[in-house]
Write a protein that binds this ligand. Structure first.
Ligand code: PLP
Length: 461
């Protein structure tokens, strides 16, 4: 049940939205003729729209963000108290919640030691890219400046982040891009690029990174930036053997390892961070969405002491520091909310719940695969799952995007919000995405699966 009432003037609000708001990732024409969707309220895993219609949210705010669910008064109160005490001071000074959250975060990240605050995932990644470039100048005469990124990974919306973007449908028409970013192949075994399987496949996919490094020249490559599990690019879990080999390659060529945890971070896959499943030791970890579950805008670029030390080599040099600032990196609402967010995850056992419910949901999706020929592959980790839709299991021909959207639309009509991977360019854009809040229970998952089952039957028979 919705807690409050709809605003009295909801029709006027909808018109104001249609007239003046430029919605993200939305085509203009259908938006002008159709009715915009406005989400008015949220509670737990459910949201209500402008008609008071209830939806169960299987994608945590649409983009893997509201990890602890909606309506958490405890976070709101902590933010309110902090805002009254001190809302802001530039990040060249410290703050009480900034210090406390850093300490708490680092306690969950053995090997890491420093937190640089900013306000979006794109920016957190830009900070890491800038650090890599500055290290190249400080240590290697500017030469070791190239940053490798992987096909199908996404690191943000700014031009430099898009330059590291492996999804062409996001990049098309936004070039020219920043030089010095070099692409390596994806590692999705379902769409295998090598005639191998299991660990051998994983090692081969990692060896493909080494081939790029050797072609570029190892003395020109400063960093490798990867998502632990590729999110919007197709919910791609790494094959066994992949990560250990990646780590080995980075060490061999003195290449810094940057892991983009903007989606997987803070519990989504059942550990605090996705990389922690794979025993990896990163140099940079960037995070945003789930850090404060969307209760405040906060993002972090976390480094180890090795990286931090590279910026304090010569105290007599006035240029020897990270010459960067992020105005809203000094907002205190973010770390205040993030502290409560982490406390909730710990106190309510949400990592454990994510593992248990993730296993359950994976089983349920696999049962759907047994029933629906159109599901070619089911994959994921924790409460971050995908079901890839194919027109033919043998050829793995992706279903047309229109049909993927029809499934999403039918679930929406049934009051269930699910997602799909990015649009427009065929291949990889045919995966249904599920990332319910970490508080999900079996009956929530059953509702999501039932809606998907009905939608698949409706669209594909
Ligand atoms: N990195 C990954 C893996 C993402 O999925 C996203 C956004 O979806 C970003 C970075 C960019 O984050 P933001 O939209 O906060 O800039």
């Amino acid at each position: 049940m919705m807690d409050g009432n709809l605003p009295n003037d909801i029709e006027k609000i909808v018109e104001a939205d249609r007239a003046h708001v430029w919605h993200h990732l939305t085509q203009h024409k259908p938006f002008e003729t159709g009715e915009p969707r406005i989400i008015v309220e949220g509670r737990g895993m459910r949201v209500w729209d402008q008609h008071g219609k209830e939806h169960i949210d299987a994608v945590s705010g649409g983009v893997w963000t509201v990890n602890v669910g909606y309506g958490r008064e405890r976070i709101a109160n902590a933010v309110r108290d902090q805002l009254i005490k001190l809302n802001y001071f530039a990040g060249s000074a410290g703050s009480v919640p900034g210090a406390l959250f850093s300490e708490k975060l680092i306690s969950k990240m053995p090997g890491m030691s420093r937190v640089y605050y900013t306000n979006s995932g794109s920016e957190a990644n830009e900070k890491a890219f800038k650090m890599v470039r500055q290290i190249a100048h400080k240590r290697y005469g500017g030469k070791k400046h190239k940053i490798l990124y992987r096909e199908r990974d996404y690191h943000g919306t700014t031009i430099a982040a898009l330059s590291a973007g492996g999804q062409d449908e996001r990049n098309a028409q936004y070039g020219p891009f920043t030089p010095g970013f070099v692409r390596v192949p994806h590692c999705l075994e379902y769409r295998a690029q090598w005639d191998l399987s299991g660990e051998e496949y994983g090692q081969r996919a990692a060896d493909a990174i080494e081939e790029v490094i050797l072609a570029e020249g190892p003395d020109t490559v400063g960093a490798l930036c990867l998502e632990p599990v590729t999110a919007g690019g197709g919910v791609i879990t790494p094959p066994p053997g992949y990560w250990p080999r990646v780590q080995e390659i980075c060490r061999k060529y003195d290449i810094l390892l940057h892991i983009d945890e903007v989606v997987c971070g803070i519990g989504r896959t059942g550990t605090w961070f996705g990389y922690q499943h794979y025993g990896v030791e990163p140099d940079f970890v960037t995070m945003a969405k789930g850090v404060a579950s969307g209760y405040a805008a906060i993002a972090c670029c976390v480094t180890n002491e090795k990286v931090f030390d590279m910026f304090k080599e010569d105290a007599s040099d006035p240029m020897d520091y990270f010459r960067d600032i992020s105005t809203f990196g000094g907002c205190t609402a973010g770390p205040a909310a993030a502290l409560e967010n982490m406390a909730i995850i710990e106190e309510e056992g949400l990592l454990e719940n994510t593992v248990a419910m993730g296993d359950y949901m994976l089983d349920q999706l696999n049962a759907l695969k047994d029933k629906h020929e159109v599901i070619g592959d089911v994959r994921g980790k924790g409460l971050f799952l995908g079901a890839e839709l194919v027109a033919d299991r043998a050829s793995k021909e992706p279903v047309p995007e229109k049909q993927v959207q029809a499934v999403v639309g039918d679930c929406m009509a049934q009051g269930v919000v699910i997602g799909a991977t990015n649009r427009s360019i065929p291949g990889f854009n045919n995966t249904l995405c599920y990332s319910p809040a970490l508080i999900a229970r079996k009956d929530d998952i059953d509702q999501i699966i039932e809606a998907t089952d009905k939608a698949l039957t409706k669209v594909f028979g």
